[in-house]
Design a protein around this ligand. Structure first.
Ligand SMILES: *[C@@H]1O[C@H](CO)[C@@H](O)[C@H](O)[C@H]1NC(C)=O
Ligand SMILES: *[C@@H]1O[C@H](CO)[C@@H](O)[C@H](O)[C@H]1NC(C)=O
Length: 369
């Protein structure tokens, strides 16, 4: 073979190579996902909230799909890798399948920009106009109720089907903190929101269990202090504001942990309330941390904190030239970067996180057992 052909074969195989599908029999027949841009596979794009959202065009989707799908990344998301691990198709967005033929392998209700608390909460706090979407967690749960009548009929039928389904409730809640902090909310103000946000997540979990869900995964928040948008907005002249090992903002990472600990506590209460359910906590923070500690070990030669796609600035996040807008460019090798567009991560970062979650013990109790 000529060098060119060898390269081509390598390239094609490299792209198609995926994780082994978990041994049969397949554990779940369907996956239902609720959340925000970390797991939206196309609802925001179809919601019409914005006439020309940048996530509807390249470079979004350039990796793997080779076209924009409405995912806020260059390629696949954690939810896609979870579906692949169970041998299930990528979850179609609810707004695509709501009026179509019934889908038995799962549906995705996540919407980019969605909050755990209702939009009315943010309107009352005068930050409502900042919201990208009003399709909060309770709206997504209503969509689930609407869809239910088309996928199963009797209580028994639904129960049988949901028992064999996996419910992913989040990540959600990150935006509840993003919106207030982007307009100057202090960490103290964010902490005051935590019981409300976690309360909304816990209510969603309860509701799904009452509907018949048995296996649920509830993720916590990522280390937001490592996110290019936070690093740009909350740049500090004080070296002590940064984690010397990772360069991330210590106070925001500590806040993410605060939310996560609160959530874990609440999940423990739910386990006691619903002993028959398997309520799993997904430690996104812990699963992401190794990438920031030893980036080269994971092939992140392009860096961990600088966005791959952006319009300049120390972290390549420029609010006047965000990824996809005029003045922004994408880096040549997204797989060598952790951060995609300043806010969201690259496919390769999500892939590492997903592998850590599924096979690395960052879901407890474990997803596979
Ligand atoms: C959300 O609801 C508010 C109040 O009803 C409305 O003014 C706003 O346009 C809605 N936003 C979106 C993105 O649909
Ligand atoms: C941010 O983008 C604007 C608009 O494209 C540009 O004028 C400005 O120079 C950029 N800032 C940085 C720091 O690159």
């Amino acid at each position: 073979m000529k060098t060119m052909e060898i390269l081509l074969v390598f390239f094609v195989l490299g792209c198609l190579a995926s994780d082994p599908v978990l041994s049969s029999p397949r554990r779940y027949e369907a996956i239902f996902n609720f959340g925000d841009s970390l797991s939206d596979t196309g609802n925001f794009l179809r919601s019409g909230a914005l006439a020309f959202p940048v996530i509807g065009k390249l470079p979004y989707g350039q990796t793997f799909f080779r076209h924009a799908t409405g995912r806020c990344s260059d390629g696949r998301l954690i939810v896609d890798f979870i579906a692949e691990a169970f041998g299930l198709p990528h979850l179609p967005p609810y707004l695509e399948v709501a009026k179509g033929p019934r889908v038995r392998t799962g549906v995705n209700f996540a919407v980019a920009g969605a909050t755990a608390l209702d939009a009315s909460f943010f309107y009352a706090q005068k930050v409502g106009p900042l919201l990208w979407t009003n399709d909060s967690l309770s709206v997504q749960l209503r969509w689930f109720q609407n869809l239910k009548s088309s996928i199963c009929t009797t209580k028994k039928d639904c129960g049988e089907y949901f028992k064999k389904s996996l419910f992913l409730v989040g990540e959600i809640g990150g935006n509840d903190y993003n919106y207030p902090s982007f307009v100057g909310g202090s960490i103290k103000q964010l902490r005051a929101l935590v019981p409300l946000v976690v309360g909304a997540i816990a209510r969603a979990v309860s509701m799904l269990i009452e509907e018949g869900a048995v296996d649920l995964v509830v993720p916590g928040n990522l280390p937001v202090g490592c996110s290019a948008v936070y690093l740009t907005l909350f740049r500090s002249p004080s070296g002590s504001a940064y984690d010397s090992r990772t360069g991330c903002l210590r106070a925001y990472n500590a806040f993410a942990k605060y939310h996560n600990n609160y959530l874990k506590q609440e999940l423990q209460n739910l386990r006691e309330q619903y002993p028959h359910a398997r309520i799993m906590y997904a430690d996104y923070y812990g699963a992401a941390k190794p990438m920031y500690h030893t980036p080269k070990h994971y092939g992140f030669y392009g860096g961990t904190l600088r966005a791959c796609c952006g319009g300049g600035g120390p972290y390549n996040f420029n609010n006047s030239a965000r990824c996809g807008h005029t003045g922004s460019t994408a880096c040549r090798y997204p797989s060598a970067s952790v951060n995609w567009d300043g806010i969201h991560l690259t496919e390769s970062a999500y892939h590492h996180i997903a592998k850590n979650l599924i096979y690395g013990g960052f879901i407890s109790p474990p997803l596979l057992s």
